[in-house]
Design a protein around this ligand. Structure first.
Ligand code: GLN
Length: 414
């Protein structure tokens, strides 16, 4: 253990990032829920959990606070698992509202703009399957606990404080009820919503929950599949476009990771396929996002090239061998094949056949060292084989891991 800590570079980087962002003391603690105003303004923690299940932490990463709006994407994931994406979309939009989290952003039919603002989150919460509000909350509680990998508690004081001060959320719900978009009883809906917002987590828990979304819906600590892969992807898409409220556009440019903030000062951010991040610091900026949280995630993203739109480096050529043996051209292929890899293979093979002017050769593709084939690459490979055969070549494919999906594209490999 000590040995691994000594060679552990990530914790040191997180420590340094906290040190660099700590001077940011702008913003204010949310006090419209009186109980939240009691938070320590200087608390600051960060945690990163990878899809391999390793955790890195710095600062107050084990201090508890309430989940608040970070509950929204996870409850949305449960709603689309229950009903399907389209059925939920009929009731709650996908579009960024460009408005604050508690805005009355409803369309003509009373449909909320997206599930990340309060109106949309209230409606989403009402869609969870269950006969009663306690059954719906029990399902939300079980699902969010699954995301975190431990049973989460409700902070009763924060729950009561929000219920007492929750007129604006009740007003939003009444408006949706009046326009017919919300079909359950307002007080039942707000009860469940206030409870989901009052679940107690640590920064570390948020990193695990985020890592579960990064890992195709499988909690990397427990190995349990919490939502399916498509649900995780849909949730991340909505976090990407709407998770940071009216800062969402700036966030895409400066940080570029799907993320969700909460009014108690937490932020969940996701690097799909790699890791989840949790950050906590209670002072909020004008958009209602943790000031230090935004600062530290901006530093992290800029410093380590984490923006999703960052141009990925091209890996080594997928062709590790291209050689003639009499009339047989062998092409040894390796790696994870995507569109550009197949493009390269198509052109190299075509050029080789053209320069050697062999019209009756055999082409042997050896895919032994291929680790995956994307959909577009699979289609291109099928097309390549079909065209080669049409031109009179004999073609064979060595595919011991059976990665090629036959007949998915237009051609068919048979
Ligand atoms: N419970 C909070 C509310 O509804 C959640 C808002 C937030 O975290 N931005 O006001």
């Amino acid at each position: 253990m000590e040995q691994t800590e000594r060679i552990e570079p990530v914790n040191r980087i997180l420590d340094a990032l906290l040190r660099l962002s700590a001077p940011v003391t702008t913003g204010r603690i949310a006090d419209y829920i009186p109980e939240l105003a009691k938070a320590d303004p200087d608390a600051f923690g960060i945690a990163v959990v990878s899809v391999l299940g390793h955790a890195y932490e710095a600062g107050d990463s084990r201090k508890e606070f309430t989940l608040q709006s970070i509950s929204k994407p996870f409850v949305y994931a449960l709603a689309i698992s229950d009903l399907g994406l389209d059925a939920v979309h009929e009731r709650v939009g996908f579009e960024p509202s460009g408005e604050p989290f508690n805005a009355f952003s409803l369309d003509d039919q009373g449909r909320p703009a997206n599930p990340m603002v309060n109106a949309g989150a209230l409606l989403t919460s009402s869609l969870i399957s269950g006969q009663s509000s306690s059954e719906r909350f029990a399902r939300i509680h079980a699902s969010l606990s699954g995301f975190a990998g431990r049973v989460l508690d409700v902070d009763q004081k924060v729950f009561e404080s929000e219920r007492e001060s929750g007129d604006r959320n009740r007003a939003l719900a009444y408006l949706m009820k009046a326009s017919g978009s919300l079909t359950r009883e307002v007080l039942d809906v707000t009860e469940v919503y206030f409870r989901q917002c009052s679940l107690l987590v640590t920064t570390y828990d948020i990193a695990v929950m985020s890592a579960t979304l990064a890992n195709d819906g499988i909690n990397p600590m427990t190995g349990v599949q919490i939502v399916d892969s498509a649900v995780a992807r849909h949730t991340l898409a909505v976090m990407g476009s709407c998770g940071m409220y009216d800062y969402a556009g700036q966030w895409a440019v400066r940080v570029g990771m799907p993320a969700k903030s909460g009014v108690s000062g937490g932020i969940s951010a996701v690097k799909p396929g790699q890791f989840g991040i949790g950050v906590f610091s209670p002072r909020l900026d004008d958009a209602g996002n943790s000031s230090r949280g935004v600062a530290v995630l901006t530093l992290l993203s800029e410093g380590y090239g984490l923006n999703l739109l960052q141009h990925p480096p091209r890996p080594a050529s997928p062709i590790h061998l291209l050689k003639w043996d009499a009339d047989v051209l062998s092409a040894g292929i390796r790696g994870d094949l995507d569109f550009v890899d197949l493009e390269l293979i198509v052109h190299e093979v075509a050029e080789e056949l053209a320069t050697k002017k062999k019209s009756d050769a055999e082409v042997r593709f050896d895919l032994t060292h291929v680790t995956s084939i994307g959909e577009a690459a699979n289609m291109m490979l099928e097309q390549l084989v079909t065209r080669l055969k049409e031109s009179g070549f004999r073609v064979s494919i060595e595919d011991p891991s059976m990665l090629v999906k036959v007949g998915v594209g237009q051609g068919g490999l048979a």
